[in-house]
Design a protein around this ligand. Structure first.
Ligand code: RIB
Length: 259
């Protein structure tokens, strides 16, 4: 089983000719509402790839929350562990997308911010049944830090997506099997511009593998040495959640390999 502990957001997507600069108004072409959130995106993508997926997280008692739960379920994701926070709205992400696929995102955590230690205690027994656990940083980092400390040493395989980028200092790095920053995140987290040295920085501090997502350039895997894996060429339509799709595919691949 693949467990995803993370966020669910309603993505409010405005298509624009170009992203607005600070203080500027631009006229949008279209607005759409899509189920999103890094956690929910990873869960849906993993289920679409054939994974047996359970999503752990929270939504508000509102129509966005209902729509997100229905969308997870219709992708085949088990939502039995999703809790409803009566006092908080469902998480939202305002997204602007340019014609060339470039985007800018602002998130409001809402119920995702209440994915706390108490919730993790309630779901813990179910969570540790997982073979692979996918985590991202749209829920409180403190929740992730204590969960990592409580997990058994070898299972599940833990894949951490440090997005949106946040300091990893409080996390037990030795309990991370795969850390998956993109290039920008890796540089911001380490202050090191050279990709190989930046990835080695985390391996030296206990992370077992670093997989750096490099967009059209593919990915770079660092364990003992740096390995470049080229990408398959595709036409960019909208790069939103491409990193989430990558992590879901990685989780499914590791699951199939029985790692
Ligand atoms: O990674 C893409 C996701 O980030 C979007 O779905 C949005 O909800 C933001 O959280």
């Amino acid at each position: 089983m693949i467990a995803v502990l993370g966020s669910a957001n309603m993505d409010i997507v405005t298509e624009v000719d170009r992203l607005p600069r600070p203080g500027e108004t631009v006229v949008g072409r279209r607005i759409c509402y899509y189920p999103g959130g890094k956690g929910a995106n990873q869960a849906v993508a993993a289920a679409r790839l054939g994974g047996d997926v359970v999503f752990f997280g929270k939504v508000g008692r509102d129509s966005f929350g209902e729509q997100l739960t229905v969308s997870l379920r219709s992708a085949g994701v088990d939502t039995s562990q999703v809790e409803i926070e009566s006092e908080l709205p469902t998480g939202t992400a305002s997204i602007w997308v340019e014609e060339n696929g470039e985007n800018a995102i602002a998130c409001v955590a809402g119920a995702n911010g209440a994915v706390n230690g108490e919730y993790v205690r309630r779901i813990f027994d179910r969570l540790v049944e997982a073979d692979v656990l996918l985590l991202q940083f749209e829920i409180p980092l403190q929740t992730i830090a204590s969960l990592l400390l409580d997990l058994p040493p070898d299972r599940p395989v833990v894949i951490v997506d440090p997005a949106p980028v946040a300091e990893l200092a409080g996390l037990p790095l030795a309990r991370i099997d795969v850390l998956t920053p993109n290039r920008g995140e890796l540089q911001r987290l380490t202050g090191i511009a050279d990709l190989e040295r930046a990835a080695a920085h985390f391996v030296e501090r206990g992370v077992r593998n670093v997989v750096c997502k490099a967009g059209a350039d593919g990915a770079y895997w660092m364990a003992e040495r740096l390995v470049h894996v080229p990408s398959i060429r595709v036409e960019t339509v909208d790069s939103t959640a491409s990193g989430d799709a990558f992590n879901a595919a990685l989780g499914c691949a590791l699951m199939q390999k029985g790692m």
